[in-house]
Every structure is written in C-alpha cells, then in structure tokens.
Design a protein around this ligand. Structure first.
Ligand SMILES: NC(=O)c1ccc[n+]([C@@H]2O[C@H](COP(=O)([O-])OP(=O)(O)OC[C@H]3O[C@@H](n4cnc5c(N)ncnc54)[C@H](O)[C@@H]3O)[C@@H](O)[C@H]2O)c1
Length: 403
C-alpha cells in the first residue's frame, strides 16, 4: 500500500492532530501542503513539516497541490466554503464535524459532492474507539436480542464548558453552532449507528442556566486576571495552568509565563458570568426511531471530569458503560454479569483512541482496502438532521419530525 498524500486546510487543534499522526506514521501518510491564516501556525507548519505552506485556500488550490485528500479542519461556519472549493478543484475531503452549522450548509456540501463526484468523509472519531467498537460488536452479534431503548450522556466537564462553550469558539450559536450540534453530533451519530434505524421524531429541553450575569458572585471582575475572587473554580489562570492543552487556542508558545501573558485580557480571561455566550449548559433530548425504539441523550456542563456514559437496553440483556473508564458490563436478563474487556492498547491519544483509529482507517480506505467505520457524508447527514431537529424542538418546545 502507498502513503496517502494529505493536505491540511486549517492548522489548529484538529489539523495539528492529523498532521502529527502523519508524521508519526510516515508509512501511511505524507503531508503535502498546509494552509492557515494565522502566521504563527504557518511558521510551526513550515518548521515541523517542511511542505508548501499557504495563507489562503485559494492559493493552495491554485498552486495545484499534490494530494489524495484534503483535511478541512477550519471552524464550523467555514466548512461549506472550504469543502466545496476543494471538491470543485477535484479533491476528496476529510471534513471535520459538524459538516456545517446549518442544514442549508450541509445540503450545499451534499449537492457539491454529487456535482463534482467527490467523496467526503466526516470525522466521527468515536466510532473508531475500542469502547464503542465493542458495543457495536456486541449489539450486532445478536446476543442482546432486539434493542428497545438507549440512553447516552455527555458530561462536558465544568472547565471544558468554560473554555469551549462560554469563552471559546463554540460559545455563541449565531457565530458558531448550537451545542447539540457542536458537542453532541458525535452522540447523535453513535445513536443512529448503534441502533441501526432511522430517527423520526425528537423532543428536547435545555437552557443556559448558570453562565450568565445574574449568577455573577458579588465583587467579581470582568476579567479573571483582575478578579479578587481567586478561589473561584472558573478562574482562568488556574484552569489553563491545569489543563494546558486548552491554552493552545490562544498561545502557540511553550511555557507558563508566555501562556499567562497571552491569556491576560483575552477572551479566555473573561469571567464566565460576563461573556457573550448563549449556548446551553444542559440539554436533554428524546428520540423516536423506526420499530418503536426510543433513545435519550443528556448533555451537561456540570461534571467534575469529561466523560460519556451509555446504557443499551435490549430484549435479552443490558449494556452499561463509561468510555473514559473503559468500563463496560453486559448484564443478562435472568442471568449473570459479564465485564467486557476493552483493548486499552488501542485507546491511546485523543477521543479514547478515536483520532488514531480514524487516521489508520483513512489510510486503508485511500488504498482501496475494506474499512469498518469510515463515515461518508450520506450517513453522517442523518445525525446532523437529528441535531438540527433537536435544536428546533428545544427552542420551540415542540416535538419535531426528523426529515
Ligand atoms: N472530530 C472531533 O471530535 C472534533 C473535536 C474538536 C473540534 N472539531 C471540529 O474541528 C474544527 C476545527 O476545530 P479546532 O478545535 O481545530 O479549531 P481551531 O480554532 O484550533 O482551528 C481552526 C484553524 O483554522 C484556521 N483558519 C481560520 N480561518 C481560516 C481560513 N479562512 N483559511 C485557513 N485557515 C483558517 C485558524 O487559524 C485555526 O488555526 C471545527 O469545526 C470543530 O468543531 C472536531
């Protein structure tokens, strides 16, 4: 098999993860071009990868980059423009989720893929984790009987919510995506994939309850660096020292001093009660699938750590699991309990091994080999429709059909 030529459009957190995988697996990938509008990112790209680097996708595409696929890892709202431009030039696209932040944007990409005859692969990384892979395997084996209902939970973590959804790129649904799409389109995809039926109806409730000015403690400042309340759990200096990976969004330099300097006065230094966020901090959605199967999904900001949970109830058994603990138990109705081992050797890196799994399967797919989890646009669009319907249901407080 030959190494896949990969070009990257958007060299942020995600683009860098794909590039870094390529570097560590030179037999699978070679990075042939990188584009980013941020000069510091371009400097890192040129230094680390030694490939042609561009400051706009127009320049990269007119240069005629040598690529088997282009990874589009820019922000949600840019996906239609960037993905369509790549397809128009004849490239297949590895597209970060969400496909787009509106249903119209998703349809435009779908139409362009048909028009230009290109493949679009969506980065639903959780499908590739040993944890969800095992759940899918057990369900498909028939041991559990027929699925009746599934409940999933997405516990965002209080510090992660503060970073991404109060201060960061996904804080405002107008400029980015609603929470159910930005954070939970993976969960919608997992429900659709595990249940194996179409979702038809959704109801959903949720709101922004806590991260708003009414809840600001007395005496707090607008920026954490100026705030006298240093024991606040949302203190930005404390959070970014402890969770350094999140600071990569505003600081490309190494070292704590440089990070704190970049943080001071930036959007990430803002008090969580005085930001311009509007996305929800909790949301509960319920889904009706074909064959009368039901599902629910709970997203909450209010968890001490980041973790996802799942319960699958079927006619012969129930499965209970927590991904981050690699905990999975099969409880047979009228029978015993089986602890299901998860192969943690493949659960390394981000997303419980999902990022690595995606890249390896992409390598196989590009070489015409059989693949299990690669998610093309036509399949991914179903989960996006679920998310858009759930958001409409939340806003209107009505049950919404998934079209
Ligand atoms: N698959 C997953 O699990 C997963 C996880 C996190 C984020 N995402 C998605 O990945 C995408 C990127 O997220 P991120 O966390 O890497 O964000 P990021 O902000 O770190 O990266 C985006 C990059 O795009 C660059 N950029 C902006 N406009 C550009 C343009 N016109 N041309 C070229 N580059 C441009 C920015 O400078 C930045 O480096 C988003 O759509 C996000 O929702 C997916």
């Amino acid at each position: 098999m030959k190494a896949v030529r990969l070009a990257i459009l958007g060299f942020g957190q995600r683009g860098m993860i794909y590039a870094s995988y390529a570097k560590q697996h030179a037999e699978e990938f070679v990075v042939t071009a990188i584009t980013d509008t941020d000069p510091q990112k371009r400097e890192i790209a040129a230094r680390e990868y030694g490939c042609p680097v561009f400051d706009s996708y127009e320049k990269m595409l007119s240069f005629g980059v040598d690529a088997d696929i282009i990874a589009v890892a820019t922000q949600d709202g840019d996906h239609p423009e960037h993905a369509i431009a790549c397809m128009k030039k004849g490239y297949d696209v590895l597209l970060e989720k969400p496909i787009a932040n509106t249903l119209e944007g998703c349809s435009e990409i779908e139409k362009a893929a048909k028009k230009y005859g290109r493949k679009v692969i969506i980065c639903h990384v959780l499908r590739y984790t040993p944890f969800y892979g095992k759940i899918k395997e057990i369900i498909d084996s028939g041991r559990m009987g027929d699925i009746v209902t599934v409940s999933t939970s997405e516990n965002v973590g209080y510090y992660h919510q503060a970073h991404s959804f109060v201060r960061g790129p996904w804080r405002n649904s107008g400029s980015s995506s609603p929470m159910i799409l930005a954070k939970c389109c993976h969960d919608m995809d997992l429900l659709r994939w595990l249940i194996g039926e179409k979702c038809r109806k959704v109801a959903s409730f949720g709101s922004l309850m806590y991260f708003c000015k009414e809840n600001a403690p007395e005496g707090c400042a607008k920026f954490c660096s100026e705030c006298p309340l240093k024991d606040c759990i949302y203190n930005a200096q404390k959070i970014y020292k402890e969770y350094r990976w999140m600071a990569n969004y505003f600081c490309n330099e190494k070292g704590e001093e440089a990070m704190l300097k970049a943080l001071k006065g930036s959007q990430y230094d803002r008090c969580v009660f005085h930001s311009d966020n509007d996305v929800v901090d909790h949301q509960v959605s319920i889904f009706k699938f074909d064959k009368g199967i039901t599902a629910s999904h709970t997203m909450t900001a209010f968890s001490r750590t980041i973790y996802r949970g799942i319960k699958v109830h079927a006619t012969k058994a129930e499965l209970v699991g927590i991904m981050e603990d690699n905990f999975l138990e099969l409880r047979v109705l009228g029978g015993g309990t089986e602890v299901i081992p998860i192969d943690t050797a493949d659960a390394n890196g981000n997303h419980g091994g999902g990022d690595i799994g995606l890249m390896h399967e992409l390598y196989l797919e590009r070489n015409g080999m059989p693949v299990k989890n690669i998610t093309y646009l036509d399949v991914s669009i179903d989960s996006h429709k679920m998310a858009f319907a759930a958001e409409e249901a939340r806003v209107t407080e009505k049950t919404v059909d998934v079209l």
